[in-house]
Every structure is written in C-alpha cells, then in structure tokens.
Write a protein that binds this ligand. Sequence first.
Ligand code: CDV
Length: 313
Amino acid sequence: MARILKVAAAQMGPVHLADDRGRVVQRLLALLREAHATGARLVVFPELALTTFFPRYWMEDQAEIDTFFEREMPNAATRPLFDEARRLGIGFYLGYAELAAEAGRTRRYNTAILVAPDGRIIGRYRKIHLPGHAEHLPKAPFQHLEKRYFDVGNEGFKVWRAMGGNLGMCICNDRRWPETFRVMGLQDVEMVLLGYNTPTENIHHPEPAHLRMFHHLVTMQANAYQNGTWVVATAKAGREDGFAMIGGSCIIAPTGEIAAKAMTEEDEVVAFACDLDLGAYIKRTVFNFAKHRRIEHYRLITERTAAEPPGAG
Ligand code: CDV
C-alpha cells in the first residue's frame, strides 16, 4: 500500500515588532485549521515563527534580547496551538528561539520542534549553520546577528521515525549546505522539514534580487534529488516593519521537482499528498549509497573546515 503523507507548508506573512505572541498564535491556528481542511496530517511553520526576525536588530541589553526567547514549550502563549493540533489530530513543525539551562549555563538556540498528532514533542533540532555576523555593522541596511544571539546547535542532524515515514528537520541556512542533507540521507530520510527567514537583500554583497529565490530553490531541489527525499520549506515572508523577505514556500519531490509552491508573501497554505516511497528508486539506483559512495575519498569534508588552495608546484 502506498505510504501517502499529506503535508502543508504554512507560510506566514510578516510578523512585526509590535505583534505579540497571542496575535501570532491566532494566525498559526488559522493556518493549522486551513491545512487540516485540505486533509494535511502534518504542517510546517516557519523559522522563528513566534516573533519578528529579530536578528536584524542590534541589541545590547540581554533582557531585551531574551524577550524574543521561549523558556519552555509549550508555554501559555503556544498552548492553544498544541491543544488545537491534538484535537484535530495533526502534527506540526514549529521554529522558535529557545532559552535553555544546560549544565548550569544559559544557552540560546534557534530551534525547531516536531510535534506528533497527539500533541507530544517527539523531535527537536537546534540550528547548526548560523549565518551572518556577531559584530555591529552600522553601515549595513540591517543586521544579521544570528552569530551574536544564538549558540551553535548541539544535537546534530537527526531523523525521526514518525507519521509513517523517516522525518528530518533543519532550519533556513542549513538548506544551503549539502552536508545537512547528506547526514540525514545517511539515516534514510524521506522528508526534510524546514522553516526559513531569508531577507530579499544580501547585506554582504550586492546581488540581483532574483538570485535569492534561485539559490533558495536550486539548493533544495538538488539536495532533494541527491538524497531521494521530499523537502517541505516554509517561509516567513513579506515586509516585516519594512524589511523585505522572500516567499517561495514549497514542497519539493525526491525527483527534485517542485510539487507545490506559494504564490504570495502573506499567510498562505500549500499542501501536497507526498508518496513517501517515491524516493526509493533513486536510493536504489543512481544514489544507492551502499553501492556507489567512496568515503575513502571524502576525508577532507570532516577534516578541513576552510578551503585551502593546493600547494605551489
Ligand atoms: N535565517 C537565515 O538563516 N537566513 C539566511 C540568510 C542570511 C541568507 C538564509 O540562508 O536564508
């Protein structure tokens, strides 16, 4: 029998600094219900879904920074989302800023959780590839301070057996790195869930705007195919207090084809009934890892971080 998992990417339009958690959760609830009405059993919400994309702002007061973080999950603000998902029997991925106490120290992660249809948190991913910078760039049009506000995730790229398939998670910038997908591919991932906030403007280098969407799609389409996996990618999009972010939430098939894609930069649900067995022929043939991978030639990938040119002569 075909293993069909109908999944929805629940794109959000802008969340402004003035929008409180209660208001955001009301929008998440509306998206959740809309996704459920399409027959979806799993919904993917964006990265840092509960707040504006605060790494664009330079802040020095730790108490102010911590207002963007959640100390527990669920909490009073997000409990209605968990309750409604359980009532509807629908699972979800949710990105948020996590404040954690670990070995007597406070840690801050850019986190996503996987919540089962019965309301249990069954998976957690803490973002590993943190883009941007840690120092203030006063001349830049806005900041990208993930390296200042977050610790590097310490739980690796995992895959969970859930909802009848092998589900993996990553967050935003992770999607640009083949290592993210290959580590999950080596755990036989069948669907990668990810949320993102991608500013339309590249503050580090002037780029034509269309390249932002092109690079977003080309990396995920290639990685989907090279690992024979579905990818469900959900944006927080539009202009947050005037700062533009791309839309383009989409569901990508293991063939690398785009199965469904958002049309707007607003709150929008796109859904697709994914055959979790579609990637099997790719894993059996061209990307049969057991047969074709040559790990004896891949050592540099884990031994060297930065590129070094070959020695002269
Ligand atoms: N939130 C992100 O990780 N955004 C990055 C931007 C900085 C390029 C991204 O890869 O989309």
